[in-house]
Write a protein that binds this ligand. Structure first.
Ligand SMILES: C[S@@+](CC[C@H](N)C(=O)[O-])C[C@H]1O[C@@H](n2cnc3c(N)ncnc32)[C@H](O)[C@@H]1O
Length: 217
């Protein structure tokens, strides 16, 4: 898996701009439109969201496990920070272990990451831990189709695709996992998106989840 993850990350670095031009940039813009305060981004990739953070954001701490993507993200952070004045720090790290204090962050952002993490439940629990009560989790993810036939095809494709594509699972019910972790999903919009020419559209979701107090969601 480590080798396929490295290959996939290098491919993502090469093809990400095409995906952005096909519509992902606009989706990322929608994703971060309400971002505010202290912000943590998990799985920042090459830093495509950094240029989109607006005035309400006071600082960004971005985690990216893969070295080549992290180097690109650091470059993107310098460019974006020079333009916006928002301090953006890029460090190595995964969503399962976010090295920041409990209840210290206003906003956590995840863009096309929860498909690939080892355990969604662990990552979501960690996001809840670092968010302040009432803090918001902004997510943009591709998800399991609501069409039963397409969902069955996604199930069939997942074992091989996951090996080829850095652990990516096309068949995850990510909004269900977010709710199951104790978040209250305040907004969620599902739409089809084809990430590259020749690849059929799959369901994506953009949403906002609110961190309630522990015990009552
Ligand atoms: C498809 S890319 C998306 C990158 C970026 N967020 C974007 O929207 O362009 C998936 C990203 O998740 C990262 N990733 C994979 N497993 C992770 C984990 N457990 N914690 C945090 N990031 C992870 C990968 O290194 C990669 O950058």
């Amino acid at each position: 898996m480590a080798e396929s993850t490295g290959l996939f990350s290098r491919l993502f670095l090469r093809l990400g701009a095409q995906m952005d031009d096909r519509g992902a940039r606009e989706s990322r813009r929608e994703l971060v439109a309400s971002a505010a305060g202290t912000l943590v981004e998990i799985g920042a990739g090459y830093g495509a969201t950094f240029e989109l953070y607006g005035d309400g954001v006071t600082s960004v701490l971005a985690f990216e496990p893969h070295a080549a993507l992290r180097a690109a993200a650091s470059e993107a952070a310098r460019t974006a920070a020079a333009r916006s004045g928002i301090p953006i720090t890029v460090v190595e790290g995964v969503g399962e272990a976010i090295p920041v204090a409990d209840a210290s962050i206003d906003t956590v952002v995840s863009s096309l990451v929860l498909c690939s993490v080892g355990s969604q439940a662990e990552v979501l629990a960690e996001i809840r831990r670092v968010l302040k009560p009432g803090g918001r989790f902004l997510f943009y993810e591709h998800v399991r189709s609501t069409n039963r036939v397409l969902a069955a095809l996604e199930d069939a494709a997942t074992p091989l695709w996951s090996r080829l594509a850095g652990g990516c699972h096309p068949n995850r019910d990510t909004v269900g996992a977010i709710e199951a972790s104790g978040f209250r999903v305040e907004q969620s919009r599902t739409f089809g998106f084809s990430v590259l020419a020749g690849i059929p559209p799959v369901d994506h979701v953009i949403g906002i989840a609110v961190n309630g107090s522990r015990g009552n969601g």
